[in-house]
Ligand binder design. Structure first.
Ligand code: ARG
Length: 457
């Protein structure tokens, strides 16, 4: 009868339910390429310290490459006793190259192996996520660049506040994603720390050259403490935290666009490609893409908090609890990646109704500008705020807009009002006055766009 890899000291068999409970191959097989890469590097390191002859090294590398090809071609057949990707690959290697396969694991443990695989795998995924994130920011910047003529009310408390450019709104979200971009880049050096050569916990007794291993696998640095090397999963926590914050930004963007796509607002219309219908109400076109972007954030936060609970209170080094790092990480990577691509598509294809935005600009959003008019004539702002408020109240009482009050009305409200007060009632002029860095004027928008483009290079 076949023995489990670790079966030497066992006489009894594993309970079938326990076997299934323990088995991670169904989900960790997606790290097959990382596992093979790590093993090839390790075989080379073993040859360098004389554990393998040059000939054995070559045979072993060939064997590992053959196993890798089986995965790539969908021809790898898992055996019932394969516990995880590491045991599966080693079992298959030995089938292909015979007892020599049994030398691969010399001085290595699945503890340093799995930590290495996870880091290698995540480094590859992080590159893809970074490029998807850049794609999203790029689309936002391109739209903002083209659509800067469109004005709309900017909201606080979801109440109309002051006029802004549509581009300014779009870029406000793009700046959150720019920070996410930087944060993910800053995470890379902490993912790129090599555990291999840490053994089970107490290091490697065959003096394998870990700097060589790091170079072979493209790691930036080494785990300097073997116990830390096998027990640390902070790089996963950090990625899960990063995902949570990124999806918070995604959710807020989605919420804005859901509101803007209602008939009541009508500022934007999603393309058919990112909308779905109702099974009963024929007229419906629902923003399901945006709702899913908002909704996905929940599970992403769950992955983070769930895994933190798994880690909390664990004794040092490896405990099997750590196998529970995989599903939350894989799920977050998959869903964040998909979300970024969907968001890019939604933004690239939605219709923007500048006329509806313009129609939402009522004169009251220039009340601050009215107060500022008097400020420019030397009146303290606290006083001008009141005067402008009284103008708003007067217009409201008359059922008209601020620009329908006469110059005489204004003169009655404050002695500093003159004929030129009519110049206040111009949305474009209001936006163009906001030239301080960070504002919605054309000039300051140019600056925002160039800052974002620089972050994308
Ligand atoms: N499948 C395991 C995991 O994902 C690999 C490490 C197993 N190590 C051990 N000592 N049982 O964590």
């Amino acid at each position: 009868t076949k023995q489990k890899l670790w079966g030497g000291r066992f006489t009894g068999t594993t309970d079938p339910l326990m076997h299934a409970f323990n088995q991670s191959l169904k989900y960790d097989q997606r790290m097959h390429a990382a596992d093979i890469r790590g093993s090839i590097a390790y075989a080379k390191a073993l040859a360098r310290v004389g554990i393998l002859t040059r000939d054995e090294e070559a045979k072993m590398i060939e064997g590992l490459q053959a196993v890798g090809r089986e995965w790539d071609n969908g021809q790898f057949t898992p055996a019932p006793d394969d516990e995880d990707i590491h045991t599966a690959n080693e079992r298959r290697l030995s089938e292909l190259i015979g007892p020599l396969g049994g030398k691969l694991h010399t001085g290595r443990s699945r503890n340093d192996q799995v930590a290495t695989d996870m880091r290698l795998w995540l480094l590859g995924e992080a590159e893809d996520v970074l490029s998807s994130l850049k794609g999203l920011v790029r689309v936002m910047v391109e739209r903002a660049d083209k659509e800067r003529d469109i004005l709309l009310p900017g909201y606080t408390h979801l109440q109309r506040g002051q006029p802004i450019r549509w581009s300014h709104f779009l870029l406000s979200h793009a700046f959150s994603f720019k920070n996410d971009l930087e944060r993910l880049q800053q995470l890379i050096p902490r993912i790129s720390v090599l555990p291999l050569g840490s053994g089970a916990l107490a290091g490697n007794p065959f003096a394998v050259d870990r700097e060589f291993l790091a170079k072979e696998l493209g790691f930036l640095s080494l785990a300097e403490n073997s116990m830390w090397g096998v027990g640390d999963r902070d790089f996963i926590v950090e990625f899960l935290m990063w995902s949570s914050l990124t999806m918070t930004h995604m959710s807020r963007l989605a919420e804005d666009l859901i509101i803007y796509s209602t008939a009541e607002f009508g500022f934007v219309a999603l393309s058919d490609a990112y909308s779905t219908g109702s099974s009963i109400m024929p007229q419906k076109k629902n923003p399901d893409s945006l709702e899913l972007l908002r909704g996905k954030s929940g599970r992403i936060f769950g992955n983070m908090s769930g895994f933190l609970m798994t880690l909390k209170g664990l004794p040092s080094t490896y405990n099997k609890d750590l196998q529970e790092d995989k599903e939350p990480l894989f799920d977050s990577v998959d869903n964040v990646s998909a979300s970024l691509k969907i968001a890019e598509g939604v933004i690239a294809t939605m219709t923007v109704h500048g006329d509806k935005m313009r129609a939402a600009l009522t004169m009251d959003v220039l009340a601050t500008d009215l107060a500022d008019y008097l400020v420019r004539k030397g009146v303290p702002f606290r006083e001008t705020h009141h005067v402008s408020g009284r103008a708003v109240a007067l217009a409201e009482a008359r059922g008209c807009q601020l620009n329908n009050l006469s110059v005489e009305d204004y003169e009655g409200l404050h002695e500093k009002f003159e004929d030129d007060v009519v110049q206040v009632f111009d949305f474009e002029a209001s936006v163009e006055r906001r030239t301080a860095i960070g504002g919605p004027s054309r000039k300051t928008l140019d600056r925002q766009i160039s800052v974002l483009r620089a972050a994308l290079d």
